[in-house]
Design a protein around this ligand. Structure first.
Ligand code: GLA
Length: 371
């Protein structure tokens, strides 16, 4: 990151410290985190880097190398500004820290990343994680990694206005490359699980940007809350869809409007799929794991309705290809990427064939990344 350090020194005249955090791809467990459920993501080998040097006053100066964005703020009057891109995430993290009673000073910061933007690979969570690490260290705040994840989430929820769950910040901060991170999003219990090195996790980017994602995302969350409220009439002890199993859902089915019932069915079955996938991972049953990925996609496509034509074409293009175990959309949906589990020896052939099929059907060129 010498170019970033150089830019920092040029702009601010101080030698900075460097912090980074990775993007992520979710293997299975989609739209479950904000229902207190289970997720199984893994970090990718792409990062957001920030450089930081502290200041004597309460000024915050930011420069984002990738967009030529330069802004200046005062800690006592931080506010969201939709004109800004990266700056909002830095300010949002500072805002959350101050709201939690941490004392910050001013700082100069430079930002650069190679996580593809708007692709559902959590560039914003990576930035939040890198920033919270930088501020934690610079101002000796002593924050543990789980709280760091919640500070990033608070920035998204309260400052940026997306009602996202904890998955992205959790895996950016606590994940390990080459391992799947299982998270119980209610208790924060988490564990790392080796991914079988015989298989590659391939990410395919539809190159469709997720414009409606935020409003649809918040809508899905409120539909899940509606389902919970209705099911609670029959089962007063449940607090979230995490507490509902398939039998309970069937019991309340007639009470639920059709759309809400299907949203709930996705979440309930997806939570079960994550637990099954974890067991298959530990037993080395990667074919079984792959089948669950396809099931997850079907559920996201038909019940949760967060897929899109391009994601479906990409997943369908993998069917019956040699060496492919599973494929599904990953992240919030409405564009972005698919995640694919492919035998090592077939990766090049896989990317070539799927790229051609995708282009023939959509006239779009995909991008492929190795997780
Ligand atoms: C986005 C959110 C996550 C999660 C996924 C869907 O990435 O930031 O919290 O809800 O969508 O699984």
């Amino acid at each position: 990151m010498s170019a970033l350090v150089e830019r920092h020194v040029q702009a601010y005249g101080e030698e900075p410290r460097v912090f980074k955090a990775p993007g992520r791809v979710n293997l299975i467990g989609e739209h479950t985190d904000y229902n207190d459920g289970f997720v199984l993501p893994t970090p990718i080998d792409r990062y957001l880097w920030v450089t930081i040097s502290p200041r004597e006053d309460e000024t915050v100066r930011l420069q984002a190398m990738d967009f030529d964005e330069r802004t200046e703020h005062r800690l006592s009057s931080i506010r969201y500004d939709k004109k800004h891109l990266w700056a909002n995430y830095v300010l949002g993290v500072a805002h959350s820290l101050i709201a939690r009673g941490y004392t910050l000073g001013g700082f100069d910061m430079s930002i650069h990343g190679d996580v593809p933007l708007g692709a559902g690979l959590s560039s914003s969570a990576a930035l939040e994680t890198a920033v919270v690490r930088a501020l934690n260290d610079t101002f000796s705040l002593g924050i543990d990694p789980v709280e760091m994840a919640y500070i990033g989430k608070q920035c998204e929820n309260e400052f940026v206005g997306v009602q996202s769950g904890i998955m992205d910040q959790f895996v950016s901060g606590l994940g390990e490359y080459g391992k799947a991170l299982f998270v119980d999003c209610r208790t924060n219990e988490h564990s790392l699980h080796d991914l079988d090195p015989e298989y590659s996790v391939i990410i395919l980017n539809t190159m469709v940007s997720r414009e409606v994602a935020n409003s649809e995302y918040n809508l899905r969350k409120s539909q899940c809350d509606e389902a919970t409220n209705i099911i609670q009439k029959e089962h007063p002890d449940i607090k979230a869809l995490r507490d509902v199993d398939e039998e309970m859902l069937l019991g309340s089915w007639a009470e639920l409007p059709d759309l809400i019932a299907r949203r709930a069915r996705h979440v309930v079955t997806e939570n079960r799929r994550v637990l099954d996938a974890l067991e298959m991972l530990s037993e080395g049953d990667m074919n079984g794991f792959g089948d669950l990925m396809y099931d997850s996609h079907d559920s996201l496509r038909h019940d949760y309705e967060v897929s899109c034509m391009e994601l479906d074409v990409l997943v369908d293009s993998t069917l019956y290809l040699k060496g492919v175990l599973g494929a599904r959309m990953t992240g919030a949906g409405f564009g972005g990427c698919t995640v694919n589990l492919v035998e090592k020896g077939y990766v090049d052939e896989f990317i070539e064939t799927v790229s051609k099929r995708y282009y023939n059907r959509t006239e779009k060129r995909l991008e492929a990344y190795l997780a």
